[in-house]
Design a protein around this ligand. Structure first.
Ligand SMILES: Cc1ncc(COP(=O)(O)O)c(C=O)c1O
Length: 293
């Protein structure tokens, strides 16, 4: 499936197309990983909170989720490592993290992967928001595959290319891991329109660069403006921000009446916060004005 798209991705990434499986969004790939690899009583280690489908995938397969609390807004790799046992089938890492917006830096990730050793469980590194990172210490997951054969990198066209509704994501891993995923994948899992759109986006790097520049600029603008107001927030490397507010329900309603829809952090494991997408300058200014009221 998705042959032309896999070929184009493989050329861009400098790997074999057989190391790529395309999914109906990265979401489907999380489910396929669970279907392909998880069995009842397996333990699946993940940060808490984190992107909900990791736990859903484990539940579908009857596996047990083992939750590692974030340290503030950061993934606590030391804690995650301590939760790995011989029953651990997989570990989920999310960088930039949804909803905490922080990244796992190169040095910490390599030390974590090294500590897992040759007998490592599958390590899923979800890089859905990678295109919005400007921290120079952010590692490129795909370049680590040769050294860490149990690594699986998840990426998507939903964020940087804005194709969320067309549902195209992909996993990059060893030939063996990808073969396992293909055994549980429906043969026509990704619609043709989505494939064509994803190919077009690969053909248009200027659009991706413009989107990235725009998000980085507006994220910096919002961050500085929040800081000036003494409003606390996680240092974001994503295209959204996790902002601390004293009465999220009330502030969310006020923003909604002003035409801005944000997520109550309580719904994604961060009570006392709002998850706010980085908008255009006009919308960001409106947001700040509403926060000031
Ligand atoms: C961390 C993370 N991973 C994966 C996804 C799934 O993306 P897709 O639209 O490709 O299913 C999302 C989307 O919200 C996400 O936040």
């Amino acid at each position: 499936g998705s042959g032309a798209l896999r070929d184009a991705l493989a050329r861009q990434l400098g790997i074999s197309p057989d190391q790529i499986v395309v999914g109906n969004g990265a979401d489907e790939l999380i489910t396929l990983i669970a279907l392909a690899a998880f069995e009842p009583d397996d333990e699946i280690v993940m940060p808490h909170p984190s992107f909900e489908p990791y736990a859903t995938g484990a539940n579908i397969a009857g596996a047990r989720t083992v939750q590692s609390p974030l340290a503030g807004y950061e993934t606590d790799l030391g804690d995650m490592r301590r939760r790995v046992t011989p029953r651990t089938k997989a570990i989920f890492l999310c960088s930039p993290h949804n909803p905490a917006t922080t990244i796992i830096r190169r040095h910490a990730l390599l030390a974590f992967l090294d500590a897992l050793g040759d007998d490592s469980p599958l390590v899923v590194l979800d890089e859905a928001y990678r295109d919005f990172v400007d921290d120079p210490e952010y590692p490129d997951g795909v370049s680590l595959l040769a050294r860490y054969p149990r690594l699986l990198v998840l990426r998507t066209f939903s964020k940087i290319a804005g194709l969320a509704g067309l549902r195209v994501g992909y996993a990059i891993a060893s030939l063996e891991t990808i073969d396992r995923l293909n055994r549980v994948r429906a043969p026509y899992n990704v619609n043709r329109l989505g494939q064509v759109a994803a190919l077009a986006s690969l053909d248009d790097p200027e659009h991706a660069a413009r989107t990235r520049t725009f998000v980085l600029q507006e994220r910096a603008y919002l961050s500085a403006a929040l800081e000036r107001r003494g409003i606390a927030f996680a240092p974001s490397q994503a295209n959204f921000m996790l902002v601390r507010v004293s009465d999220p329900g009330r502030v969310r309603d006020r923003l909604l009446r002003g035409g801005i829809l944000v997520r109550d952090g309580a719904a994604v494991g961060f009570p006392g916060h709002l998850r706010i997408t980085v908008g255009t300058r006009e919308i960001n200014e409106r947001l700040l004005k509403l926060l000031d009221e």
